[in-house]
Write a protein that binds this ligand. Structure first.
Ligand SMILES: [Zn+2]
Ligand SMILES: [Zn+2]
Length: 417
């Protein structure tokens, strides 16, 4: 093919897609048991939604969004969504969901788009499963989201997970921390990387999660946000930790786990899993964003949520056993037109009973049909040729044991269905 896919965009082919299906089914099961409802939102939104929710000066807005002018209205810039929260918040407000019932537990799944440098586990079209809870400020719901994720890992048999949690305070206590952090960093400004030098001006908390070793060294001695929390934030965080007390392995409190945007507050967390993913091993991340809904013009309701990366999770599964092939395949081998007609009709009846059935559309030798059946992993092959048509009896071959029996046409459906 001289037409190829775009760099950073991937096909998910049969053989890989089974892991995705397993993740999606497990997520649906777990969300249902926590009484979450699904929400489906567009992949294309007005760019302003993202610049207002993510902040003009973030990397995502500055260089990673797919943005273009709409043909009909050149003044309106549109963007492919780089994440799911902004759209869900918009839909919550626009759909006036809060007027019926402000407390909503919503989840979504689908593609997101960011023009990043493609690498293992990171694509330009990537997929997320996310949850957003609106209208609850209590620490129980923060803990509930983390337990939900824990249940999902267990359902998917993903082991080796580490949960890092932190509290980043609130509008009351964060300014004090920010000032202390800036004072500390100002003294070491010459040693910071160029990015952090810039962050110190407009987003000093982001210096804490700089990946450069030189900055990491400086930051490890920086004042901790946890010693600046106000009483309400302190007790909120203590309760979250208390509710996660029985989680194994125990959550790790990481005071450097921050979010750069003002509407984030209190709980932040990251689940890491799988050494196989290298440095890209965060499979889910989230936290509380009590100010976001209102800042996008919605009602003053709190929010807390997370997003998990389906590609990364799928990589973890494909390292293990992802074989969830569903019902065993029944293959109908036929010889001659009469047998073709008869097996074609039988296939339809068996499929309606929920059996997974397949057969050829054109005449082939029995040998070649048996080979095809074997290749597709058929557990049973029903063989019908002119002789069988005449006698009204079909051959049933069990592929594993190679054992062969005969069945009356009248009993075929019962014995195979
Ligand atoms: Zn506070
Ligand atoms: Zn840095």
């Amino acid at each position: 093919m001289n037409l190829t896919r775009i760099k950073g965009f991937a096909d998910v082919l049969p053989g890989d897609v089974e892991a995705w299906q397993r993740i999606e089914r497990a997520a649906e099961r777990v969300f249902a048991s926590y009484n979450f409802k699904e929400i489906r939102i567009p992949v294309l939104e007005k760019s302003e939604l993202f610049s207002r929710s993510l902040g003009e000066s973030t990397d995502v807005i500055e260089k990673e969004m797919y943005t273009f002018a709409d043909r009909d209205s050149k003044a309106t810039l549109l963007s492919l969504r780089p994440e799911g929260t902004a759209g869900v918040v918009r839909a919550y407000g626009e759909g006036k969901l809060h007027q019926v019932e402000p407390v909503r537990k919503l989840y979504y799944l689908g593609p997101m788009f960011r023009r990043e440098r493609p690498q293992k586990g990171r694509l330009r079209q990537f997929h997320q499963i996310g949850a957003e809870v609106f209208g609850r400020t209590d620490p129980y719901v923060d803990a509930e989201l983390l337990l939900l994720l824990r249940d999902l890992w267990e359902d998917l048999e993903v082991t080796d997970t580490v949960l890092e949690v932190n509290s980043i305070g609130c509008a009351e206590c964060r300014p004090g921390y920010r000032a202390a952090l800036v004072a500390f960093l100002e003294e070491r400004r010459a040693e910071l990387c160029a990015d952090c030098d810039r962050r110190l001006e407009n987003n000093p908390l982001r210096v804490l999660d700089c990946k450069r070793p030189s900055c990491g060294g400086i930051v490890s001695a920086a004042p901790s946000i946890l010693s600046h929390l106000c009483d309400d934030c302190r007790s909120h965080f203590d309760t979250v930790l208390e509710l996660l007390r029985d989680l194994r392995p125990e959550p790790v409190v990481n005071p450097r786990l921050v979010r750069g945007l003002d509407y984030y507050c209190r709980t932040t967390f990251e689940w890491k899993a799988g050494a196989g993913l290298g440095s890209q091993n965060t499979v889910a991340a989230g936290g509380r964003y009590d100010g976001l809904v209102q800042s996008l013009g919605g009602p003053p309701v709190a929010g807390v949520g997370f997003a998990l990366g389906v590609e990364r999770l799928a990589l973890l599964l494909s390292e293990g056993d992802t074989n969830e092939s569903g019902a065993p395949l029944l293959y109908l081998a036929w010889m001659g037109e009469a047998a073709q007609r008869w097996t074609f009709a039988l296939a339809h009846r068996l499929r309606r009973r929920g059996r997974r059935v397949d057969l050829e559309g054109e005449a082939r030798s029995l040998k070649s049909q048996m080979r095809r059946a074997d290749k597709q992993g058929a557990s049973v092959v029903l063989i019908v040729g002119p002789d069988e048509m005449e006698r009204g009896r079909a051959l049933v071959r069990h592929m594993a044991t190679k054992e062969q029996t005969e069945v009356d046409f009248a009993d075929v459906e019962e014995s195979l269905g």
